[in-house]
Design a binder for this molecule. Structure first.
Ligand SMILES: [Fe+2]
Length: 251
C-alpha cells in the first residue's frame, strides 16, 4: 500500500484529507529497490487498471501524481474514462448495473499478482468493502460505472457471472482508442477524479532507471453504498489469475 508520508486534514471547512504516498522504486536509504524484490512485486499491482482506494469503505475522490525522477523510457501512466464507457453501454446493460453493489478487495487483487503477497495481518486491516456499481457526479448528475482490479463480486450475482461482467466493463473502458497515455517529464503534475477515471502504471527498466513519484490523495466524503452483511469473496479462479497476468505481461 506504500509508505504514507503524511495524513492531515487540508482544511476543516473542506472536510477532505490529504494523504501523501511515495510510489517510487527507491528505498528509504535512496537506493534502487532490486528487480524481483517483494516490494516491487507488490507495486506491480498498480499496473492493473484501478481507481485509487476503491478497496476502502470511502474511496478516494481525487489523486495528484507528481513526477520527481522519471525514467527516459517506460513508466508511463495510462488513464481511461468509466464515464465515457458508461455512456456507450447498451441501455439494457445500463439498466442491469443500476442499483447494484460490487465488492472490492485489496487482498483479492494483490492475490492475483502473487500468492501470499499480503500477509494475513495486513489483509485483516483492509476487509472487502461494498461500492456502488454506478456513481453519479453530484455536481452534474453524469453517471459512470465504478469498477477496478479490486472489484471481485457483485451482490446477488454468481461469482463467475460477476467477474465476467466486471472484466467486460474494464475492457470497454480501456479500449486502446479511449486511453490517454501520460509520458512523464520531471516536474509534471497530473490530477484525476477517481470517481470516474481508471488508471494504471506501466513498467520500466527498474534495475537501470530511478523513478520517484509522489502521490497525494484527496479522500472522498462518504461511502458509495450501504452496509452489506456477511460479505464473502470467492477465491480467485485460474481464469482470474490468467486475466491479471495477461495485463502484467502485456508490457
Ligand atoms: Fe493508483
Amino acid at each position: 500500500m506504500g509508505a504514507a508520508l503524511a495524513t492531515r486534514p487540508l482544511h476543516p471547512l473542506l472536510g477532505v484529507e490529504i494523504v501523501g504516498v511515495d510510489v517510487g522504486h527507491v528505498d528509504a536509504e535512496d537506493h534502487l529497490i532490486p528487480q524481483g524484490d517483494r516490494r516491487n512485486l507488490f507495486n506491480a499491482g498498480n499496473q492493473m487498471w484501478h481507481t485509487d482506494s476503491s478497496f476502502k469503505r470511502v474511496p478516494a475522490l481525487a489523486s495528484l501524481l507528481s513526477g520527481r525522477e522519471v525514467p527516459p523510457e517506460g513508466g508511463e501512466t495510462e488513464f481511461a474514462s468509466m464515464r465515457v464507457a458508461y455512456e456507450r453501454l447498451p441501455d439494457a446493460t445500463r439498466r442491469l448495473l443500476e442499483g447494484k453493489v460490487a465488492i472490492h478487495s485489496f487482498e483479492y487483487s494483490r492475490g492475483l499478482v502473487g500468492e501470499g503477497l499480503l500477509p494475513p495481518e495486513d489483509a485483516a486491516q483492509v476487509p472487502p468493502v461494498p461500492q456502488a456499481l454506478v456513481r453519479a457526479n453530484p455536481a452534474n448528475g453524469r453517471k459512470a460505472f465504478f469498477v477496478a482490479s479490486h472489484a471481485c463480486e457483485i451482490v446477488g450475482m454468481p461469482t463467475d457471472e460477476a467477474r465476467a461482467l466486471i472484466r467486460d466493463l474494464l475492457r470497454r473502458a480501456t479500449a486502446a482508442e479511449l486511453v490517454y497515455t501520460h509520458r512523464w517529464r520531471p516536474g509534471d503534475l497530473v490530477m484525476w477524479d477517481n470517481r470516474c477515471v481508471l488508471h494504471r502504471g506501466r513498467p520500466w527498466n527498474e534495475s537501470r532507471y530511478r523513478r520517484v513519484m509522489h502521490r497525494t490523495t484527496v479522500a472522498g466524503d462518504g461511502p458509495t453504498a450501504g452496509e452489506v452483511a456477511g460479505i464473502m469473496v470467492a477465491a480467485a479462479r485460474d481464469s482470474d489469475v490468467a486475466w491479471c497476468r495477461a495485463q502484467l505481461e502485456a508490457m
